[in-house]
Design a protein around this ligand. Structure first.
Ligand SMILES: O=C(O)CCC(=O)C(=O)O
Length: 315
């Protein structure tokens, strides 16, 4: 049962590896996020003693501003997230990329090669890559060299990226079905006919399998690139951005948000009633489903959709 994805979106997500949600944000939501980014940028530049046109990225972005935190369980994205990866999930990473226009005399390196004057100047010419499969990560569990399905990200494009070379995400559609070794054999050079540059308007969201090969075009526009990513993966994997979120943040969060923030129940016996026979690490087997409330949320929503469809059929 799909909570939000249409059949076409499901096909695109499976075959191409992504779906684009244009005009995802209302004007007020977008403005709140842009104001938050400006506020955080000022703070970061000040803390680092950098000028306001310095590029930067932050991880665990959700902890940097309430507006960023609220995207974790945004009510319009959560159904897509659950359709894409299920309810047994938590946040792996949240990040903000703030990339001002290149200075006039800065030459862009070759797309997706991770090299060049821009990379050297801190503008991160990202090498073409699928996530979660550096040569030291997740090589062994793969039976046939493909990247196992472990996570999705939601990308939020908050500045205008409609122009060629404005810092847009570049993707190779369908490449989640290809082996990362192929990309290495290509020496990280992708045939331009196989890629797309995601030239989207401010306010667009992207739900994507991060095993899709991707990189970023240089920002030769006159606008700051403002982009955020929210990575969701299974609860039995480990997050990258945190061991544990701030306990005060957990305490003031709703149950679903607590799950997404990776909080485990604080019951007195964390390994279950019979740890010898049936050890029950809460990453694997919650003793109490209330500790994984996204399950009930998803089931209730599916029932509601069923009921609505039933009503329509019996009109
Ligand atoms: O900044 C971007 O658009 C791409 C970031 C990226 O490579 C990633 O999220 O894995």
């Amino acid at each position: 049962m799909s909570l939000a994805m249409t059949e076409q979106q499901r096909r695109d997500f499976d075959e191409q590896g992504y779906i684009v949600l244009e005009d995802f944000f209302t004007g007020a939501e977008l403005q709140r996020l842009l104001d938050a980014i400006d506020e955080v940028a000022e703070r970061i530049h000040k803390a680092k003693g950098q000028p306001s046109n310095a590029p930067f990225a932050i991880r665990n972005a959700l902890a940097h501003h309430e507006a960023f935190l609220d995207l974790v369980d945004h009510p319009r994205i959560l159904p897509y997230v659950v359709d894409a990866i299920g309810w047994n999930i938590q946040i792996r990473t949240t990040h903000l990329d703030y990339r001002p226009p290149y200075p006039k005399d800065l030459e862009a390196g070759e797309l997706g090669r991770g090299k060049g004057a821009d990379a050297a100047a801190g503008y991160r010419n990202l090498v073409w890559h699928p996530d979660l499969c550096g040569s030291y990560l997740f090589e062994a569990p793969s039976l046939d060299g493909h990247v196992p399905f472990m996570e999705i990200k939601v990308g939020y494009y908050l500045s205008d990226l409609t122009q060629h070379n404005s810092g847009a995400l570049c993707l190779v559609p369908g490449s989640h079905k290809r082996k990362p070794q192929e990309l290495r054999d290509l020496d990280f050079r992708v045939d331009p006919r196989e890629m797309i540059e995601l030239n989207v308007r401010a306010g667009t969201a992207l739900v994507w399998r991060t095993a899709v090969w991707h990189c970023v075009s240089p920002n030769l526009s006159d606008k700051v690139r403002k982009v955020m990513y929210y990575g969701y993966h299974y609860r039995w994997l480990r997050p990258t951005d945190y061991f544990q979120q701030d306990p005060a943040l957990i305490a003031r969060s709703s149950p679903i948000r607590r799950q997404l923030l990776g909080a485990l129940a604080t019951d007195d016996n964390p390994m279950g009633q019979d740890p010898e026979w049936e050890p029950a690490s809460q990453h694997w087997l919650p003793k109490n489903w209330d500790n994984v409330p996204l399950k009930a949320w998803a089931e209730e929503r599916a029932l509601e959709i069923d009921r609505k469809m039933d009503k329509v059929l019996h009109l």
